[in-house]
Design a protein. Structure first.
Length: 428
């Protein structure tokens, strides 16, 4: 089997040189490797080396994503420290060299004593989940921030939001049935979606929106979501002044006359299938059925029917087909715009109902915790106070599976690290 390849900043290096750098707590590093390559071993080794260099256990913060992962990492660290305590000189030498440290009697002695030294400290290495860390930040939040975020001052952390989501629907539908005009519009939007997509699909779409409420609220600032799908009159300028794309046909006398002419030309064709479409077009025209008129010119898939051969006025027929295609495109755009408008309005109401349920019960969920931490770390006034508290406690930050951080988690970390001003500097 070919030896594993190691690189530092794009340059190939030996395994020994790689681990000497990757495990060095005085360096800020990001390690990329496939699953099973030993990233957790490396992370724990950085903690070991930081402890060997005299860093207090409480100043080391390792963040991971699940309680299980945090427990396993904490267990591996203290199991390793305990193993060091019982190793002989040759075994200690191998452990030092594997982590890029010189094999000296002093280093072997320090490694063997590390377990006892750490256990005697008042506070241990912090191995936490993102939500646990954010929760610690929230516990120190001023009441004004909790009020700004619509969070109860005496809250219960809701780690599983299943119950809250089950309770929200009664509150949501009660909102839709209120007597005020805004509620009536929301109710009409809801009924329109159910009629068009079915109750199950509508409920599923709203549930997904609620599950992604943090991203929704971030994108909804400044009405961005409502404006993200253009109205068909903005997308297709020739439809300006139309309330519906079909108005481009049914309200324009010239268009109607030209459609009628296309129907007569098709009716005079020698091919029977052309005559059928011509008859359908003329019948739709006589009934004022604009949608039916377009359907005579287009296939069920929305493509122009193939009218070839000896057909008088073929160019005129194709011009009407181009018009029909343009109207169909505008209809698709209009449907997307209406769906976006309705879903945006209903999702806002659903999230507001969910917030009301949490306030009534005194609940704060994990999304609230992330949002509050982002506000605290990003606020120009509060961030200095929060960062100072963090800097005073943490000098070494390690993040497991960093690629899995979501935008909110990264924003909170970035706000902290970009303004890092801890005593003696910090390392990640």
């Amino acid at each position: 089997m070919k030896d594993a390849a190691y690189e530092i900043n794009g340059q190939s290096v030996s395994a020994q040189a790689f681990y000497a750098v990757a495990c060095d707590p005085r360096r800020n590093v990001a390690v990329e490797a496939c699953a099973g390559a030993g990233k957790t071993w490396m992370l724990v080794s950085r903690i070991v080396r930081a402890l060997l260099e005299g860093v207090a256990a409480s100043e080391i913060l390792a963040i991971t994503f699940t309680k299980r992962a945090a427990g396993e990492m904490r267990g591996r660290l203290y199991e390793l420290l305990r193993d060091f305590h019982h190793m002989n000189a040759s075994e200690l030498a191998a452990e030092l060299e594997a982590r890029g440290l010189p094999n000296t009697p002093d280093n072997r002695q320090k490694l063997a004593n590390l377990y006892r030294q750490v256990l005697h400290q008042d506070r241990q290495v912090q191995v936490r989940t993102f939500h646990s860390w954010f929760g610690a930040i929230l516990r120190g939040a001023p009441l004004a921030v909790l009020d700004q975020l619509r969070l109860a001052p005496n809250y219960e952390l809701l780690e599983d939001d299943t119950e809250a989501k089950a309770l929200v629907w009664r509150q949501f539908h009660a909102t839709l049935l209120a007597a005020d005009p805004a509620a009536r519009r929301l109710h009409a939007d809801y009924l329109a979606l159910v009629q068009e997509h079915g109750r199950f699909q509508t409920q599923e779409a709203l549930s997904n929106a609620l599950n992604n409420r943090q991203e929704f609220e971030a994108a909804d600032v400044g009405d961005v979501l409502a404006l993200s799908v253009r109205h068909f009159t903005a997308q297709f300028p020739e439809f300006a002044g139309c309330a519906d794309p079909l108005d481009r046909v049914r309200l324009d006398a010239q268009c109607w006359a030209e459609l009628a002419q296309a129907g007569r030309l098709l009716g005079q064709a020698t091919q029977n299938k052309y005559q059928v479409q011509g008859a359908l077009l003329e019948r739709a025209w006589s009934c004022g059925d604009a949608d039916g008129a377009l359907a005579a010119l287009l296939t069920k898939d929305g493509e122009a029917r193939k009218f070839n051969g000896m057909v008088e006025g073929l160019d005129h027929i194709r011009q009407m087909q181009d018009l029909a295609l343009r109207v169909r495109e505008a209809q698709v755009q209009h449907a997307a715009w209406r769906y976006q408008q309705r879903m945006t309005a209903l999702t806002r109401a659903l999230i507001a109902a969910y917030s009301a349920v949490k306030r009534q019960r005194g609940w704060v969920d994990m999304v609230d915790v992330e949002r509050a931490a982002t506000v605290l770390l990003g606020d120009p006034v509060l961030s200095g106070w929060v960062q100072q508290r963090l800097d005073a406690r943490v000098s070494h930050l390690l993040i497991d599976e960093f690629q899995d951080t979501n935008p909110v988690q990264w924003q909170a970390l970035s706000s902290w690290l970009s303004a890092y001003a801890g005593t003696g500097g910090g390392h990640a």
